[in-house]
Design a protein around this ligand. Structure first.
Ligand code: UTP
Length: 272
């Protein structure tokens, strides 16, 4: 499965970070000298992706302003010979296409991904959730792309989750272990009660998906929390379209920067 495009769903409300996120989207919260969203784009660029669709709403214009060219600033930095800084402000817009796709209402992560159908067309694609910052030697999305390519399958990233926290995750049921960190799935359960969880592996914010997901999303009705869940559509694709879905325990450390505590941990790790 060759992957050239990444979808970044960023139209959520960011309630866990209120009131900070009233005006400044959570994807723009700084981690050192860069906003969280920039780590996501850089991770994907490092994995060879140059085409990004950010699913957003009208209050998230700052995301697109951040990556837009700033000719005056760039001219001044060039005149002053501040080439390192110049590179830091123009490297991304010179090397990528960042397109805005509007989600008119926050109807769920699955619904957000569905908004990218026209742009993605009939290709496998990556999905990166901007809340999940991954610090790793090999870019996390690149780890998934390599597996998707080798096994010609959809791949989702997972991590081991303590029993008492499983109810905050989509949890995988394992059909077969294919390698020490790689599993073929038999099922997925969104936010199970800990005693009903089919494994201790929770889904985190990296996916490589077959375009069959769009047909599955169109058939998906609101699930947990009244939202159209991406995990329900992955499950549908697996059971009704015979799509092989693998889960990779990615190498690296993950920080859920959508909540202030983990954001601070990420900041400490980055500034170390
Ligand atoms: P979350 O539920 O974790 O994020 O969605 P949220 O709703 O923004 O934040 P909280 O929970 O209220 O603090 C996971 C991802 O899916 C996107 C979010 O932006 C986030 O990246 N999302 C969620 C959408 O793009 N649209 C939606 O309708 C829901």
């Amino acid at each position: 499965m060759a992957v050239t495009k990444v979808v970044i769903p960023a139209a959520g409300l960011g309630t866990r970070f209120l009131p900070q996120t009233k005006v400044i989207p959570k994807e723009m919260v700084p981690l050192g000298n860069k906003p969280a969203i920039q780590y996501i784009i850089e991770e994907a660029l490092e994995a060879g992706i140059h085409d990004f669709s950010i699913i957003a709403n009208k209050d998230k214009q700052a995301l697109f302003d951040h990556f837009a060219p700033y000719p005056d600033l760039e001219k001044r930095l060039a005149e002053k010979g501040k080439l390192h800084l110049l590179d830091s402000v123009k490297r991304i817009h010179e090397n990528s296409t960042i397109r805005a796709i509007e989600q008119l209402e926050p109807l769920g992560l699955g619904h957000a991904v569905l908004q990218a159908q026209q742009v993605i067309g009939d290709e496998a694609f990556g999905v990166i959730l901007p809340d999940d910052i991954m610090l790793s030697a090999v870019p996390a999305i690149g780890q998934l792309i390599a597996i998707a390519d080798t096994y010609n399958a959809s791949v989702i990233a997972v991590c081991e989750v303590p029993q008492e926290k499983l109810s905050s995750y989509g949890v995988i049921a394992i059909k077969e272990q294919l390698a020490p960190s790689l599993f073929q799935l038999s099922d997925l359960v969104e936010k199970p009660l800990p005693e009903n969880a089919p494994s201790h592996f929770g889904i985190i914010g990296r996916y490589v998906l077959s375009p069959k997901i769009f047909a599955a999303l169109q058939k998906t009705t609101p699930g947990a929390g009244g939202e159209i869940q991406l995990t329900d559509a992955i499950k549908y694709m697996m059971h009704h379209y015979d799509e092989k879905v693998l889960a990779l325990k990615v190498s690296g450390t993950r920080y859920d920067v959508g909540n202030p505590k983990d954001w601070l941990a990420a900041l400490n790790a980055i500034m170390k």
